[in-house]
Design a protein around this ligand. Structure first.
Ligand code: PXG
Length: 290
């Protein structure tokens, strides 16, 4: 595998960052997780745009234009002969001193890794996931806005650990007010009486790109979407529930905190959205090889 770092490609064993990079010392930086399907990078423009928004929010000036970043992503895929895979794009604050002041970091580093994705087992897609609400709440906007996809993922990692300790793979994270925010690496949706509901972004969710795609797909099939605060009660009493994310795509949820959701099987509308999402990944995206 060849890894892109600041305009050059390195072998895996030589792809290194400094121990003085504030990305490592403080989690000071931003990232994106992107998929490639059938020789195309899915929603590349949207991911690059979100990267720039995250960077702006933390006053990190990315030393390339969005087009140049997109070209670096495509070049890395090409260099690795990628057809289907997972692309990790990150921008670190760069090398500085041991103090946390970002002003000591003169140049942010851009890294692109194009590799394989760790997928959930197929049976989760067929039978649905069993997830659990965890004690760790989602970060407050006023502290570290969940809209920023920063290199500091400890909030999500703590929730993931708590889910794992409860024997689950994914966690429902509430916000400090007790409303549903999202999962550790996925947005959450429910279906109730033919309508789709998902927490608003101010509830503490990432502006998920898969979330947006699913809202568009729902519009296509004439299913109304409402962004509204949800409680655990709403989740428990949903007809269907699913998660969305670049890694998971659209994945059904059939149990939450020991409560069976709907029929206990992935619902019809969820399965329809799963299929439509798959169909879209087959035809959409920025071509890697032209
Ligand atoms: N919320 C959080 C906290 C995320 O990290 C999503 C929602 C879904 O957003 P997108 O834009 O991907 O629909 C994410 C994204 C992984 C992995 O390896 C995680 C994500 C994306 C890609 C891979 O666990 N999370």
């Amino acid at each position: 595998m060849k890894i892109y770092i600041d305009g050059k490609f390195y072998d895996e064993k030589n792809a290194k960052v400094s121990v003085f990079d504030h990305g490592l010392l403080y989690g000071d930086g931003v990232f994106e997780g992107i998929r490639a399907y059938h020789g195309r990078v899915f929603k590349l423009h949207e991911h690059v745009q979100r990267l720039f928004y995250s960077a702006k929010a933390i006053l990190l000036t990315i030393p390339l234009t969005p087009d140049e970043i997109s070209r670096a992503v495509i070049a890395t895929c090409r260099r690795n002969k990628l057809q289907d895979g997972y692309i990790r794009l990150l921008v670190t604050r760069g090398v500085g001193t041991l103090g946390l002041n970002p002003r000591t970091c003169k140049r942010p580093s851009i890294i692109v890794i194009a590799g394989k994705i760790q997928l959930y087992p197929q049976e989760y897609y067929e039978r649905g996931m069993d997830i659990v609400t965890v004690p760790t709440t989602r970060n407050l906007h006023s502290a570290l806005n969940p809209a920023i996809k920063s290199l500091n993922y400890l909030n999500n990692i703590l929730a993931k650990i708590e889910a794992n300790q409860a024997g689950c793979e994914e966690a429902v994270m509430l916000n400090a007010e007790g409303f549903v925010a999202e999962c550790t690496g996925d947005n959450i949706f429910i279906i109730k009486a033919g309508k789709l509901f998902t927490p608003p972004l101010y509830a503490g969710a990432l502006y998920g790109i898969t979330r947006d795609v699913v809202c568009e797909l729902a519009a296509e099939i004439g299913m109304p979407v409402s962004e509204t605060n949800l409680t655990r009660y709403d989740l428990f009493n949903a007809d269907e529930c699913f998660l969305t994310g670049t890694g998971a795509e659209v994945i059904p949820v059939t149990k939450i905190d020991g409560r069976v959701i709907g029929s206990g099987q992935p619902g019809k509308a969820t399965r329809d959205l799963v299929q439509r999402y798959h169909a879209l990944t087959k035809v959409s995206g920025e071509p890697i090889y032209v």
